[in-house]
Design a protein around this ligand. Structure first.
Ligand code: FMN
Length: 152
């Protein structure tokens, strides 16, 4: 494992979050980072707590619910020891739809729980509506996040 590794994890139902995670992986090298991308279904709490740099891309489903592939990991992280993520520098990219009552709720939950377990937020969460692809805001957020994580 290189010293400049970043773990990028995605929670998704229809692939939008995975596509953005892929974009982040493609850009990571520009910031001196060695990116590893994982489906949340394949991620353990230890994978997260051992990551110095973590980017979470996650959509919201149902009525403010985690995507299916994120449910188990989210529950496990909620049960993790306080302070277990003290060494994790992280940021959250949330995907959702403002037409729903609980806009980007899953991303908000990730942002809260990783900090509660000791993680250090390097960039404020971005909450992306359905038109997130229409301008550069999302890509610019990914770049600024990678830049901050690359400097750690
Ligand atoms: C059945 C359904 C339920 C959804 N529920 C929510 C919700 O509660 N809150 C929200 O912000 N977005 C909600 N969304 C919007 C999705 O989060 C959004 O379309 C997102 O881009 C999907 O990303 P994904 O392909 O990574 O899962 C819902 C979409 C569908 C189709």
């Amino acid at each position: 494992m290189s010293d400049k590794e970043i773990l990028i994890i995605f929670g998704t139902e229809t692939g939008n979050s995975e596509a953005l995670a892929d974009d982040a992986k493609s850009l990571a090298g520009d910031y001196g980072l060695d990116a590893k991308i994982m489906d949340m279904d394949d991620v353990s709490v230890e994978d997260i707590s051992n990551s110095k740099r973590l980017l979470i891309c996650c959509s919201t489903w149902g009525e403010g619910d985690q995507p299916t592939n994120a449910e188990d990991l989210y529950e496990d992280v909620c049960e993790a020891d306080e302070g277990s993520m003290d060494n994790v520098n992280f940021a959250v990219l949330a995907l959702g739809d403002t037409a729903y009552e609980f806009f980007c709720e899953s991303g908000k939950q990730w942002d809260t729980i990783i900090e509660q377990k000791g993680g250090k937020r390097v960039n404020d969460r971005i909450d992306c509506d359905v038109d997130y692809d229409d301008d550069d805001e999302c890509e610019n957020w990914i770049k600024s996040t990678l830049e901050k994580l690359g400097n750690i």
